[in-house]
Design a protein around this ligand. Structure first.
Ligand SMILES: *[C@@H]1O[C@H](CO)[C@@H](O)[C@H](O)[C@H]1NC(C)=O
Ligand SMILES: *[C@@H]1O[C@H](CO)[C@@H](O)[C@H](O)[C@H]1NC(C)=O
Length: 445
């Protein structure tokens, strides 16, 4: 009898705690309901953890819709980050890229790769002409779990290591797009500095948010523009900006299976959000070049079906993080979703060509290297699970480095001959040349 009672009591403690928390959050919600949704008051634990936050908070629109959920989520992850992080500074592990020795020079000659006069055309940008770097996207752009070694560290975002927007260390320790561009222009700014959530100052101009889908991109883009314009370092009309826009993973992992007509949703509804976001950027962000990138997430997932062996943790995390593909309920539709995802990459490419998005001041370039992302390297076909994080969904730091290498190469490759798939780190590292010094666009290729 006694043990039974004890067990019952133990069982009740958790729901009781939850109930208390809910009452607390709901009463706070009542207070804030007086002036509707107030983004400034998103995080109830802000002062407790003393993190520096931007005033214009950003969360995905789904979470934003409900104040209690938003407050709970923010507070929870703030404490979580404090207790379990940081992890971004780890220096040892198979999930890290091998360090490049100081006696090895940077692969490219950087001389003359910043114009002596600020260019007036986006089609004449040398890598060093980029002054500001930025990103919108999802958990792959927030570098979620890049340096995690256990599942309980999954919610830590190693933004400083993110392939297209992390600027921690140098290219020798962390190959990222900003760390490459820094070699051409040491005054580059906007890149994330270290572990952080998108509301933290450390995140800088990386407004990527976990669980975000294409639907969230118009909102995230608008918040990015707000944040940049409010930054005293930014000369809005003068500085050249690079924005990497990669999205789609969660559309397929978490949302597609709940749509009444998945085909219609992907092919029509999500395409509209994509166009809406790019139109907004075109009209609001002068002097900008956009890298439009398809998600590698689905392609990577399918490639892992053929991998020699997966860590046990993958079988726990994948049905939760990517329930539409790995949950038992919708597994019979996996191939349909795979097909739709291939199609969405084509939609992205087609959209990138729309004349509305191109002028001397603004351009969009579809960068396809992620399209055939796989844990098997492109050249020798060898599997390398160390590019994946512990959850088999996100990329490890090494995976981020391989991705940065791929994106950089695509930026220097002319339209029509851009490489796809992953190469081993530094196996193929493109450089601008005197004959072809410009970042490639559809008009200078
Ligand atoms: C947090 O601290 C700031 C500055 O110290 C103060 O202005 C603000 O009212 C505090 N917020 C809360 C919710 O206590
Ligand atoms: C889903 O939408 C597509 C395109 O609008 C349509 O052709 C198809 O018949 C629809 N499927 C179902 C099951 O309603």
């Amino acid at each position: 009898m006694h043990t039974m009672e004890l067990r019952l009591r133990k069982k009740r403690i958790f729901p009781m705690l939850l109930l208390l928390l809910l009452v607390g959050v709901l009463s706070l919600d009542y207070v804030s309901a007086q002036n509707r949704i107030n983004r400034q008051r998103g995080n109830i634990l802000k002062n407790l953890t003393r993190t520096h936050e931007y005033d214009n908070h950003i969360v995905t629109s789904q979470l934003d819709a409900s104040t209690p959920i938003r407050m709970f989520y923010r507070g929870f992850r703030e404490v979580y980050n404090r207790l379990l992080g940081p992890t971004g500074g780890r220096l040892q592990g198979a999930f890290l890229q091998p360090h490049v020795m100081p006696n090895v020079p940077f692969p490219c000659d950087t001389r003359g790769m910043r114009s002596s006069k600020v260019p007036t055309s986006v089609h004449q940008l040398r890598p060093g002409d980029i002054d500001i770097i930025s990103a919108v996207g999802d958990s792959l752009t927030s570098a979620t779990a890049a340096n995690s070694i256990a599942l309980w560290e999954l919610l830590i975002e190693n933004r400083g290591l993110a392939w297209c927007i992390g600027g921690q260390g140098t290219w020798r320790t962390h190959l990222t797009l900003p760390n490459i561009i820094k070699e051409f222009n040491p005054k580059l700014f906007g890149y994330s500095l270290f572990d952080s959530y998108n509301v933290h100052h450390t995140a800088q101009f990386n407004v990527a948010e976990n669980i975000a889908t294409t639907t969230d991109m118009p909102y995230n883009a608008a918040k990015l523009v707000d944040r940049m314009k409010l930054d005293p370092r930014v000369k809005w009309e003068k500085h050249w900006k690079l924005l990497t826009f990669m999205i789609g993973g969660n559309d397929f992992c978490s949302d597609v299976c709940y749509q009444t007509n998945a085909t219609e949703w992907i092919n029509e509804v999500q395409e509209k959000y994509l166009i809406k976001t790019l139109l907004y950027l075109k009209h609001n962000m002068p002097r900008t070049i956009v890298n439009l990138v398809p998600t590698p997430l689905i392609s990577l997932s399918f490639s892992m079906d053929k991998a020699p062996h997966l860590p046990f943790s993958c079988y726990l995390s994948r049905p939760i993080e990517c329930s539409c593909l790995f949950g038992p309920r919708y597994s019979h539709r996996r191939n349909l979703y795979h097909q739709l995802e291939r199609n969405f990459a084509k939609i992205m490419e087609r959209v990138s060509y729309l004349p509305d998005f191109h002028s001397d001041d603004f351009t969009v370039v579809y960068q396809p290297f992620f399209k055939e992302a796989s844990v098997f390297y492109q050249r020798d076909g060898k599997a390398d699970m160390s590019i994946m994080s512990v959850d088999c969904v996100h990329l490890s730091q090494k995976g981020h480095a391989v991705s940065a290498n791929g994106l950089w190469n695509n930026m220097l490759e002319p339209t029509g001959s851009k490489t796809v798939g992953f190469r081993k780190l530094f196996e193929d590292f493109k450089c601008p040349t005197v004959a072809n010094p410009y970042i490639r666009t559809y008009f200078n290729s």
